[in-house]
Write a protein that binds this ligand. Sequence first.
Ligand code: NAD
Ligand code: IPM
Ligand code: MN
Length: 352
Amino acid sequence: MYKIVSIPGDGIGPEVVAGAVAVLRQLSAKHGFEIVIEEHPFGGASYDLHGEMLTTATLEACRKCDAVLLGAVGGPKWESLPHEHKPEAALLKIRKELGLFANLRPAKVYDALLDASSLKPDVVQGTDFLVFRELTGGIYFGQPRGFDENKGWNTMVYERHEVERIARLAFEAARKRKGEVISIDKANVLEVSQFWRNVVHTVHADYPDVKLSDMYVDNAAMQIVRNPKQFDVIVTGNLFGDILSDIAGMITGSLGMLPSASIGTKHALYEPIHGSAPDIAGQNKANPIATIASAAMMFEHSFKKPEIASEIYRAIEAALAAGLRTADIAAPGDPVVSTTEMTDAIVRHLGA
Ligand code: NAD
Ligand code: IPM
Ligand code: MN
């Protein structure tokens, strides 16, 4: 039995999570394993119900389950709240409380979508890299932070153990891939980045079979767009990983395609990398694939069932190969399907 807590959140969150839940239910029926899905409010949706972005009940449920499935949070309705009360702060809190220090963001191009990328097909074809984004440290969490009328400030700090544990995960992952890690930093300017680089190299001593190189983040942003195939495993800090993974999203055609797994030693949470997309929320237009693929990552990382994950990826591929396109991945003139039509097609391709 798998106990999953779903926290759909705001904007398109509920629409895309419904897609992943439909896939989970189909797999449960097909294979005869039991999946219990308990839904809890989170973000703006929770604030509107309970006056809190993250209630103790939701957090406790997340602690007790086998895996969490998250949609997205945030939106114009809650944007003017004080910083510490914004939905985004609740997302950081849940990541910190659950100890989810590693965010895995795989950028893989589906052949059927080569024309959906804003880059040339021969540039993106065959792209397959995995970003390890540090998720519970760096400038997102550093103290002091704040602003007054005349200045604003944040602090970027990394402690040795924080860099060591994410570096280890990246090296381990590289061993199962092409064996190449690129660590991305800004060591030419930032002391914290020089420290990051030093620690990554120290950890590398335990992985002599893996090739390690360093890249400055500005160059990396350019290289991802110039030649994304050069990357195998990327390891980087919280803020750089946030930005670089959105860039990676456009290689695959859309932010709506990129899943992620947020992993710690005790808990795991699965979330698309995109946000709540207020511009298309409630219109049945959102691409559910990033969230459905996040459910696939759940089978890989939490349930140790890579064969079920592959089934999900194959069903996504089949729906794309059959020509189904939500608006974000449609070429001009392509017929466009809705969130629920894309979901239904993927569920159908999973088979009974
Ligand atoms: P966004 O990712 O929500 O949207 C950026 C653009 O991509 C929009 O045009 C949107 O329509 C499109 N898009 C995103 N996901 C899509 C999908 N599945 N299908 C089709 N199109 C999709 O980023 P934003 O507009 O900068 O942020 C909106 C809100 O979401 C903000 O409040 C932000 O803080 C929040 N946010 C939350 C998360 C999260 O919960 N993990 C992540 C990013 C942003
Ligand atoms: C993401 C988002 C979040 C982040 C925000 C909403 C806090 O952009 O998951 O990528 O920056 O981590
Ligand atoms: Mn982001």
